[in-house]
Design a protein around this ligand. Structure first.
Ligand code: GDG
Length: 739
């Protein structure tokens, strides 16, 4: 095992869990209160972490405590349980929690944007309370601690913390879905939210879809670089990955043997001796699809009267926020629909829907999970949904059927359930029939497969892989730091430079010496750059070689007066300082006649793209094309060109917002080697930012100082973050003062 953060840590380092609510239940009576550990899935999973050593869980204890003496008492009692409080006022609960969290983030993230209320007061309070959490954290956190922040109430906390503790380890996990960009962009404070989330080192979601949506929103709204599951933002590399949360599976299995559960099962069996049970359990919420499932049950009884008297829907709805108008209305609609169905179909001995608007002890849930032949989980959107997994874990005899909405995160793992679109009432009705008629051997086959998943990917596994990954990300960031040209690394490179007699310095142009411009012709060298280059050339010990993909005509105009060697068009053209341009031998360009029309078709179909024609290459640029579309067309074009140009001696190179096709002989690496052979240099340096520069990094001798610009993966030994750092570093070498 590579990373065991919570075993291998130094004793004084601790892990701090942060969430809106602490995992305690507060039982208050006659002015006194008692604190009880919560049994929720997250509390159990994280129990092995926060209850150990000096680790701690920070959050709101769940009741308003205004009196300072009382606050001290609560703090002391919580401390014994490794918990620390953030006290919130009623006003803060109303605006930050009920307001911004539940009336902005919750509806938008669950695809109900019309329910969102974008109140400025909500946002202000959300910012203030997140700061309150940060301040409470700073009182207990040391710089080397690991901090794991949970859920949508604290989206700003990673960024707020990063500002004051730039090097600390921050994980963030979101338990609810992350919506598609189209939804997320509706939020007036979308940029602030994203920027703050990117303060984390590792961002975790339940599913790959959430990850995709997050990366796409970040790419469109912020100046980030995204590649696979990594985002580079403000010179930090952040990993975004799916971590589907599990449940405490052994606990749900063990519950079925408890006397209280066995007695309840017996009682339920007597009550429901002649009927088959379909179970549903949810909190009251518009994201849960409760009305739609009632409609499907209605359709079942209406179209298939053979189930009348034979099947009951046992429906638990756990009370939630029913003073808020949307929830009050939803509850009234459910009451009405249940009443309507029951009054239409009931018989003397049979009631179709057993509806409970309250919560039950876990023993009752366990008994119901054991009893119900079918469990229906049909949310319109759900980050994960743990009820579906609890049902599976409780089915020790491997019978029973789970009907599961494809909109729940759990559907990505429990693929052996009957998966339904909860909006499709006909399909859900069909699923009822399929479930009720499913042969025993099929039930067992499906249930066994799901039980394996639920057993292996349990909540302890989830905690472990998340924290292991967080440590791995931190290690990756730290090993990147050792490659950054700063501190001792920089000192070493500079010392070697001063000592050397014969130096050769290969410099890429775009993205290395100058930043990218929308218009490729706007990137001509400015005075500052020319000054640095001139100063470097002045030193007789230096040979400067510009190695660029640009056309030799452009470079010739720009560097007419510089005594500098130039390799243009990736090597197709060369010019010695003060000499004439020469072309690489043996190249031909007839192939362009065939390729140009293909590229032109892509220009016609892709607004904002254009072709750059060079002597021995063609480049399709898409920097100004709509985000996403450009990448998609570039992939298509690259694969089409690979097909057309197979075995033709041409090379297709997807680059930084470009797709280039060129003669395979044209290669920065090959040309750089030619230069090296001309004199015995003792100091070799090469700088570049894109994959064409990798050819150079790979072929240069091991002792060469190869420097990648930008901190993405590279064969280079070192990196500088951007063109500003490159210039600052070159100025230093040239002995120029930085202005
Ligand atoms: C967020 C996300 C994600 C329900 N009724 C009773 C009761 N429950 C328990 C269930 C289950 C839990 O509540 C509800 O599970 P969810 O998955 O909906 O969890 P939430 O915390 O509400 O929601 C969700 C989850 O976070 C985890 O990341 O899955 O998508 O919205 O454990 O058993 N428990 C008791 N009595 C009840 O009547 N004792």
């Amino acid at each position: 095992m590579l990373f065991m953060p919570y075993l291998a840590k130094k004793p004084q380092m601790k892990t701090i869990i942060v969430s809106n609510r602490l995992p305690v239940k507060i039982i208050e009576s006659e002015g006194n209160y008692e604190l009880k550990q919560s049994e929720g899935g997250l509390a159990t999973g994280l129990g092995s972490i926060y209850q150990k050593d000096n680790n701690i869980w920070l959050g709101w204890p769940g009741l308003e405590v205004t009196d300072e003496e009382r606050q001290k008492d609560v703090t002391r009692d919580l401390k014994d349980m490794n918990l620390a409080p953030v006290f919130l006022t009623q006003d803060e609960i109303n605006l930050y929690y009920e307001g911004f969290s539940n009336e902005v983030l919750w509806p938008v993230f669950h695809y109900h944007p019309t329910y969102a209320k974008y109140e400025q007061d909500y946002w202000n309070s959300y910012v203030e309370v997140n700061k309150k959490f940060r301040d409470a954290l700073l009182e207990i956190a040391e710089p080397e601690d690991t901090i794991w922040i949970h859920d949508y109430q604290l989206l700003l906390l990673p960024g707020l913390l990063r500002q004051v503790q730039p090097d600390c380890t921050i994980g963030f996990f979101q338990h609810i879905p992350f919506p598609s960009y189209e939804l997320f962009r509706l939020i007036p404070w979308r940029k602030e939210l994203l920027e703050a989330m990117l303060g984390a080192d590792l961002l975790g979601f339940h599913t790959f879809d959430d990850v995709r949506h997050f990366i796409s929103a970040a790419s469109r709204l912020l100046p980030v670089q995204a590649a696979a599951n990594e985002i580079t933002y403000q010179n930090r590399r952040i990993v975004v990955d799916p971590f589907p949360m599990g449940i405490d599976t052994p606990k749900y299995e063990a519950l079925t043997h408890e006397p209280a559960v066995i007695d309840t099962i017996k009682m339920l069996k007597e009550t429901f001796s002649d009927v088959r049970m379909i179970l549903t359990i949810d909190r009251l919420d518009y994201s849960k699809g409760i009305l739609q499932r009632l409609q499907a049950f209605d359709m079942l009884l209406n179209n298939h009267p053979e189930y009348i008297d034979k099947v009951v829907l046992y429906m638990i709805v756990v009370p939630s926020r029913d003073t808020v108008p949307q929830y009050r209305d939803l509850r009234a609609e459910i009451d009405q629909l249940v009443g309507n169905i029951n009054s239409r179909y009931r018989t003397i001995n049979w009631n179709p829907i057993h509806y409970y608007y309250r919560s039950f002890p876990i023993e009752m849930l366990s008994a119901l999970y054991s009893m119900a032949e079918v469990c229906l989980v049909s949310p319109m959107r759900d980050g994960m949904n743990l009820v579906s997994k609890e049902y599976v874990a409780s089915r020790k005899d491997e019978t029973g059927v789970l009907i599961l909405s494809e909109m729940a995160g759990a559907s990505k793992e429990l693929i052996d359930a009957i998966l339904v679109n909860p909006n499709n009432i006909v399909e859900v009705t069909g699923a009822f029939i399929q479930a009720l008629e499913m042969p025993l051997d099929e039930q067992k086959r499906r249930m066994l497969a799901m039980r394996k998943v639920v057993s292996k990917f349990n909540v302890h596994h989830w905690v472990k892989i998340y924290l292991d990954k967080l440590a791995e990300v931190k290690n990756m960031q730290q090993s990147m730091l050792t490659k950054h040209v700063s501190g001792l690394v920089r000192q070493h490179i500079e010392e070697e430079y001063s000592k050397a007699e014969g130096r050769i310095i290969f410099l890429d142009y775009d993205g290395t010496l100058v930043g990218f411009k929308g218009d490729i012709n706007e990137a001509s060298p400015d005075q500052e750059l020319l000054d640095v280059l001139n100063k470097l050339i002045e030193d007789q010990r230096n040979k400067l070689v510009l190695v660029s993909g640009r056309s030799h005509e452009t470079l010739d105009t720009w560097f007419k007066d510089q005594h500098i060697d130039i390799i243009a068009e990736h090597g197709a053209w060369q010019r010695k300082a003060g000499g004439e341009w020469a072309q690489l031998d043996g190249l031909y360009s007839k192939w362009k006649e065939q390729i140009l029309p293909v590229m032109e078709r892509y220009v016609d179909h892709t607004p904002g793209s254009f072709i750059e024609e060079k002597s021995f290459s063609l480049v399709w640029h898409y920097r100004k094309v709509e985000e996403g579309l450009g990448e998609q067309r570039a992939n298509e074009l690259a694969s089409l060109l690979s097909f057309i140009a197979a075995n033709s001696g041409l090379q297709i190179l997807p680059g930084n917002k470009v797709v280039e096709i060129r003669d395979i002989e044209v290669n920065k690496g090959k040309l750089a080697l030619r230069w090296l052979q001309q004199e015995p240099y003792t100091y070799i340096m090469a700088m570049g930012d894109d994959h064409t520069d990798e050819d150079m990094f790979k072929v240069l001798p091991e002792k060469a100082f190869t420097i990648k610009v930008g901190n993405s993966k590279s064969a280079a030994r070192f990196f500088l973050r951007n063109t500003q750092e490159v210039r600052q570093f070159l100025k230093q070498l040239a002995g120029l003062k930085d202005q």
